[in-house]
Design a protein around this ligand. Structure first.
Ligand code: DX5
Ligand code: ZN
Length: 223
């Protein structure tokens, strides 16, 4: 049922005084992506990471730096994050009236393009852009904080999106990433629904042994 997936540990739940150690753990655990949650205290009620931090991360990892912009006016941050070393930049469809302009802007930097949706936003809102992007990030919690519970209705949204991609024959080109409340206990359900990339924050970085948790994740879906 499930194919090979990729793990994107979210450093939001890591120790910010020791992000280097979080990167080392991601290496040891075999993670493919490093998920970077950027919050502006306007689009969401929290304030986190800016381009200088991504620039520092870039010097210590070769992994795909997956930047998730939870900000208003994302167009202002695309180039700064691209220059800092992001590999992919994902913006929220709810944060702009001009998604096409932001897609073009990200493409011009040569980075992968992602669009994210909050839990209440209909999938149909991103349908016109699907054939131009690399990734859809389905939020399975309200964006803003790590450590929240998975919203059960998210599973059907993943299935619906997968069907849409299959219908357009772009399921290999456009990846489905799911973000929020993913634990070892519910990850298989998310994978079975069609996720290609799992963002996992607290389940990994609040664990006693983050490396071991990543390794257990990678035993899922491959049996
Ligand atoms: C929430 C962030 C998530 C968060 C996930 O707004 O986008 O990436 O870090 O953390 P967990 O896995 O703890 O829900
Ligand atoms: Zn995120």
């Amino acid at each position: 049922m499930t194919s090979e997936f990729k793990l994107a540990p979210s450093i939001l739940s890591a120790d910010f005084s020791n992000l280097r150690s979080a990167l080392d753990q991601c290496d040891e655990g075999g993670a493919h992506y490093i998920h970077v949650d950027v919050m502006d205290n306007q689009f969401v009620p929290n304030l986190t990471i800016g381009p200088p931090v991504v620039k520092s991360l870039r010097t210590f990892t070769q992994k795909f730096l997956d930047v998730h912009l939870m900000v208003i006016e994302p167009e202002k941050l695309v180039e700064p994050f691209a220059r800092a070393g992001a590999d992919g930049i994902t913006f929220h469809i709810e944060a702009t009236n001009n998604p096409q302009d932001i897609i073009n802007l990200i493409k011009n930097t040569g980075k992968d393009v992602g669009i994210s949706l909050k839990p209440e936003t209909p999938i149909s809102e991103i349908e016109p852009y699907l054939n131009q992007i690399n990734l859809v990030l389905i939020m399975s919690v309200e964006p803003g904080f790590g450590g929240q519970g998975y919203i059960p209705e998210s599973t059907k949204r993943i299935t619906d999106l997968k069907q849409l991609l299959v219908k357009q024959c772009i399921q290999d080109k456009v990846k489905i990433e799911v973000d929020g409340g993913i634990k070892l206990q519910n990850a298989q359900e998310v994978l079975d629904a069609g996720a290609d990339i799992l963002v996992v924050g607290s389940e990994i970085f609040k664990a006693d042994d983050p490396v071991q948790v990543m390794k257990i994740f990678y035993t899922l879906g491959n049996t």
